[in-house]
Design a protein around this ligand. Sequence first.
Ligand SMILES: Cc1cc2nc3c(=O)[nH]c(=O)nc-3n(C[C@H](O)[C@H](O)[C@H](O)COP(=O)(O)OP(=O)(O)OC[C@H]3O[C@@H](n4cnc5c(N)ncnc54)[C@H](O)[C@@H]3O)c2cc1C
Length: 394
Amino acid sequence: MSASSVHPAQSQTAPAPIVVAGGGLVGMAVALALADRGWPVVVVSDMPAKPDGRTVALMPQSLALLDSLDLGETLAQSGAPLEIMRLIDDSGSLFRPPPVAFEARELGLECFAINIQNHVLLKTLSERVAAHPAITSITGQVIGTRMDQDLRQVILADGNSLAASLLVAADGRRSAIRAALDIAVVHKDYPQVAVTAIMEHERAHRFTSTEFHTRHGPFTLVPLPGRCSSLVWMTAPDRAENLVALDDAAFGRAVEDQAQSMLGKMHPAGPRGKIGMGIDRIDTITAPRCVLMGDAAHAFPPIGAQGLNLGLRDIRDLLACLEHRSDAGAPEVTQRYQSLRQKDISTRTLGVDMLNRSLLSPYLPVDFARGAGLLALASIGPLRQFVMRQGIGR
Ligand SMILES: Cc1cc2nc3c(=O)[nH]c(=O)nc-3n(C[C@H](O)[C@H](O)[C@H](O)COP(=O)(O)OP(=O)(O)OC[C@H]3O[C@@H](n4cnc5c(N)ncnc54)[C@H](O)[C@@H]3O)c2cc1C
C-alpha cells in the first residue's frame, strides 16, 4: 500500500488509522498492541538497525506485555533469566563499600528480568507486524507533521502524506516528529560512550549480572543463554575508540581484565557497538492528536535497565487511555496519557542522572554518599527489597 492511498477522503467510510512512526522495539510493539485491540494501524519505519551487540533486560511487567503480543516463545528460547544482580565498586574511591548482591528470590521472584538481544526481539516483532491483517507497513521517513481538518497529517520524505487519528511518535531519541512539533528537550551530553558486544566466556555466569562501578560509568555483564553474556562498557570517548578498534583477541583480553577474570577467558561473538551517552528531559510528551513514546519521550544511559521497560510502560498506559474510546486522538486521550506518564518518566530520568553523575563526580562527599548508600543496601534487607521493587517498576 502506498502512503498517499491512506487519505482523509477515506475517512468518510473508514476512520483514519493510528500512524506509528518508528520501527524500533517500541514502535513495533505498540503497533501490534493497538492492532490486537482492533485499531487500524499504519507503521512507517526507515531502515532497521544492524545488530551491534545490544541486549535488553526486560522486567516482569514488560514480559507480561510482550507475552500478550505472542512473544513468550522467543523470550523463552532466546533470552536468559537474570536471577542475581551484583554491584561492585571499582571506582578507586577512598570509601570503598563491599559488593552488593540483589537476589530475585528475596522478592519471591524466579528472576528480575529476561535478557535478550535487541535484533532477535525486533525480528520476531517485525514478523508479527508484517503478518497482522490490521497493520499496513510503509518503508519511509517522517519529515514533518501538521494538523488539518481535525486530523494529524504525517508528511513523508517521498512527498506523500498520511492522515492519522493519532500519531504515535516512536522515532527514537533524535525524534524528527518531536522537533517538527517544537517540543522542548533539555539535553545533556555525558563524557561517556557505551561499548557493546556479545561475549563468549569460559565459566558459567550462573544467571548473575555483574555491574562494576568505574570512574567512567558502569561496566556490566548480563547473562545470555549458554556461556554468553552481553557487555555494556561505559567509558571515556577516547578509550571507547581504542576498544572498538582492537582485534577480537585483544578486545577479549581487555574485557576479561576489566571483569577481573570472573568469567575466565572471554571472546567477542559478533559485531560491537559504540553509543554516545546523554540524557534528554522532555516535559511535554503530547501535542494535538500525537503522543511521544519510547526514546522519543525519554532517553538516558543504560543504568539499571530502564529505557525499554519505561517505553513498554508508555504502551501500557496508552492502551489504558484508549479503552472504551472510539476516537484515538481525542483530547481526553492525549491529556490523560500526559498525566499518567509524567511521574514515571521524570523519576526514572532523575534517578539515572543522579546515579551516573555520582560515578563521574571527583568530589569526596559524593563518593562518601554513594559508598554509604551501597553499604546500607548491602546490610539492610528491607531497604534492599524496596530498591529492588523500585528497580523492576513495582
Ligand atoms: C547499551 C544499551 C543497553 C540498554 N539496555 C537496556 C536494558 O537492559 N533494558 C531496557 O529496558 N532498556 C535498555 N536500553 C534502552 C533501550 O534499548 C531503548 O530504550 C529502546 O531500544 C528504545 O526503543 P525505541 O523503539 O524507542 O527507539 P529506537 O530503537 O531508537 O527506534 C526508533 C526507530 O525509529 C526509526 N526512525 C527514526 N527516525 C525516523 C523517522 N523520521 N521516520 C521513520 N522512522 C524513523 C529508527 O530507524 C528506528 O527504527 C539500552 C540502551 C543502550 C544504548
